[in-house]
Design a binder for this molecule. Sequence first.
Ligand code: ZN
Length: 298
Amino acid sequence: MNPRTTALRQELARRPLVCDGATGTQLQLQGLAPGACGELWCVEQPDRVQQVHRNYLAAGADLLTTNSFGGTSYVLAGHGAGARVREINVAAARLARAIAGDRAWVLGDVGPFGGMLEPFGDAQHDEVIMAFCEQAAALLEGGADAILIETMSDPVEAALAVAAAKSVGAEFIFATYAFQQSASGYRTMMGTTAAEAVAAAIDAGADAVGANCGTELSLADYEKLTTELVTAAGAMPVIVQPNAGSPKLIDGKIHYATTPADFAATAARFSAAGARIVGGCCGSTPAHIAAMAALLKR
Ligand SMILES: [Zn+2]
């Protein structure tokens, strides 16, 4: 057992933990062009990536997420970097680990592979598992304390990713899905309910389950969704990482209107509803996480 992972389990049983916020938008503030490969910055602009981690650590985050959301060979191939999975993901984990020290845990971030699995699409299960194994192994090699599988829509893909991470030695795995509003309640893009999503992740071996992102969801929606997730998860810890409100297009720019104070107040309600880990997704900043940490750790 990795002693740091053991300590993470113990701390999680003791108090609510604060995760960090958005990475992509923070890198764009430092000059990353929209649509460019942010993961490549782990090797090309390591100081800027570490500045994001440093800002979230200073904000009070207990968990730092590596800059590796699009770090599978499938996504990196779209940027001509499909053969650099190990290099980029090892670097991503090392950068975060060096900032975290003994003050925070590092979550090796794994996003969707970007395609559709058979039978809906043409991606073979075996090949997708291999891609997730390759990424998760590199994140662990670089010093990630746990793996965070996030923004999932397909419970089958989430289960493959969880199983892959487990098979390469991850000792703690978070799995979160992006939900949206539908006529029949909160569902992922694939039509999966919170209960189905949670069950698939737990069956595959996840240690914590929940929701992140969810472009159309308001923070009030997230509060109701948290209750659904907590009910479905039973004894399993629930993690929620909402966007800073629903994005609006103003003058051609995406704008997230929720203030840090409002974000923090809502996060405190998620915690009261049973969420054990709260953080932020798109539009959340170190100021949002700082307000949240101040309220939750009071
Ligand atoms: Zn997001």
